[in-house]
Design a protein around this ligand. Structure first.
Ligand code: GDP
Length: 202
């Protein structure tokens, strides 16, 4: 997919105020600092569409971007950042879950996982919640340029092993790097293939 246009639409913390259109949308979510903003900028070839922030946990909003006038890319708040107070965490968890429960046009959530780390409880629990609520999702491994190929493969195998303790199969996953563009075509083509089932050809 070629990105011809990418524009910010609206930010809010209330799912009922998200755009009323029925355009297909794709949500990006993960722990703070996982590389979500960098990935969104890499996918859209925009320098600062999503604000990379030095202060993780700051942007606790649902951000809608309109891509190619045909689908929405949704930047969801990062979760699991210790410096966010417990009550703030609760609030954004509530609107994140409300978002997933109510947004029927959300066709696939991309759960971002830092490829360098051991599987983290919060991510596994979040994916379990998605599964229990029948919300389709894929995994995106981020920052893969920071690992040598052998170490990356080991970490992915390890992650797969962990997932297979609770899932019957490994969800579809993508290997990405915002530094060198790895995985960009794969993620965009995947989105395109879903859109093609729904939207008229561009
Ligand atoms: P967010 O909090 O999830 O939006 O994370 P950011 O996109 O702000 O990234 C957090 C930090 O990781 C920043 O210092 C980025 O420069 C760095 N980073 C993000 N993605 C990559 C990547 O693919 N490769 C490398 N080497 N660094 C990255």
């Amino acid at each position: 997919m070629k990105i011809k246009s990418a524009e910010f639409v609206i930010s809010n913390s209330d799912v009922s105020k998200c755009p009323a259109s029925q355009l297909p949308e794709y949500a990006f979510i993960g722990r703070s600092n996982v590389g979500k903003s960098s990935l969104i900028n890499m996918l859209t070839h925009r320098k600062d569409l999503a604000k990379t922030s030095g202060r993780p946990g700051k942007t606790q909003l649902i951000n809608h971007f309109l891509i190619n006038n045909s689908w929405h890319l949704v930047d969801l708040p990062g979760y699991g950042y210790a410096r966010v107070s417990k009550s703030a965490k609760k609030t954004f968890q509530k609107f994140i879950t409300a978002y997933f429960e109510k947004r029927e046009q959300m066709l696939c959530a991309f759960v971002l996982i830092d490829s360098r780390h051991e599987p983290q409880k919060i991510d596994l629990e979040f994916m379990e919640w998605l599964g229990e609520h029948h919300i389709p999702f894929c995994i995106i491994f981020t920052k893969t340029d920071k690992l040598k190929p052998g170490a990356l493969q080991r970490n992915i195998n390890n992650y797969q092993g962990k997932m297979l303790e609770t899932w019957t199969e490994m969800p579809q996953y993508f290997v990405t790097s915002s530094s060198n563009g790895t995985g960009r075509d794969e993620v965009l083509d995947f989105i395109q293939s879903i859109n093609d089932g729904i939207l008229p050809k561009e």
